[in-house]
Write a protein of this length. Structure first.
Length: 286
């Protein structure tokens, strides 16, 4: 009989959903020069963005180690789990998921390791993991959980606007950036999280307000024929703006919907900076 554990990484933002989802996460380290802080343990999102606003520095991150992943897997084995499903940040943004995949051979028949590339990050990633945990709790099988996870991934999309592209460029997290680097300070491009899990420039927009309006327009158009949707508005130190967008979407989406606002965790924020606004969706019923 299957006994399933859902795990993820700290990029999923599960520390900020207001409750313990009982989903173990592999934690990244935030590096401010020679200072190394574990995301969610040594530094919170509020503390992190406060530092970004006060300090003229772009932090880096260090991914969880193989040893930390092995320790987590061994703990799951000791607790009697037969199957572990890992919900990782997009493989295009980090190698955490691939690293966990390489450990299958090390654990042989002790536990079945399944890794789902969510092709996204932040609570867009976390939502899939949380849904999987709810499916475990309701008695669903590994195959049913992974099949529905893949459905969610295939029926999702996200756009966002950043105040300062230097974070994405310096950390190598944006694809196809050459076309607009010369105007970093003059434009506020609409960025897209592609179906492949890459961050690319979707459209050049001159002002932040118009860029956000364009994101809203794109989202509303893409979900107009859906029967039921999950909308996630995410931000880094733009809570009021995020809440206003959520209210606007609530008023303009006719189908059955659920809308949430979420802070972006430091491990992701280190690569996109403060002042970010994003909107993503999952079509739950077509």
């Amino acid at each position: 009989m299957e006994k399933i554990v859902i795990v993820s990484d700290v990029n999923a933002g599960l520390d900020y959903i207001g409750r313990d989802p009982h989903i173990p996460v592999l934690r990244s380290v935030i590096n401010f020069g020679d200072e190394h802080l574990v995301d969610g343990i040594d530094i919170t999102a509020d503390q992190f963005y406060d530092r970004l606003l006060k300090e003229d520095t772009i932090p880096s991150t260090s991914a969880p180690t193989v040893g930390e992943a092995m320790e987590l897997i061994e703990k799951c084995i000791n607790e009697g789990f037969t199957d572990l499903i890992m919900y990782s940040i997009s493989y295009q943004l980090s190698s955490i998921g691939q690293m966990v995949e390489t450990l299958r051979a090390d654990f042989g028949t002790q536990i079945n390791i399944h890794v789902v590339d969510t092709k996204t990050a932040g609570y867009l990633q976390g939502y899939i993991a949380l849904t999987a945990k709810e499916m475990v709790d309701s008695g669903k099988s590994v195959s049913e959980i992974i099949a529905y996870s893949n459905y969610l991934i295939e029926n999702s999309h996200a756009y966002f606007v950043v105040d300062n592209l230097n974070y994405l460029v310096k950390n190598g997290r944006i694809s196809g950036a050459a076309g607009f680097l010369g105007g970093l300070l003059k434009i506020k491009p609409v960025l897209e999280m592609t179906k492949e899990g890459k961050i690319v420039s979707f459209q050049k927009v001159k002002t932040h307000r118009k860029a956000v309006e364009r994101c809203i327009e794109l989202i509303l158009n893409e979900i107009k024929d859906a029967k039921k949707v999950k909308i996630l508005v995410f931000h880094t130190v733009r809570l009021n703006d995020a809440q206003s967008i959520a209210k606007h979407l609530e008023e303009h989406i006719a189908c059955e919907k659920s809308i949430e606002v979420h802070m972006i965790t430091p491990a992701v924020g280190a690569h996109i900076g403060h002042g970010v606004i994003g909107i993503g969706y999952y079509i739950l019923e077509k």
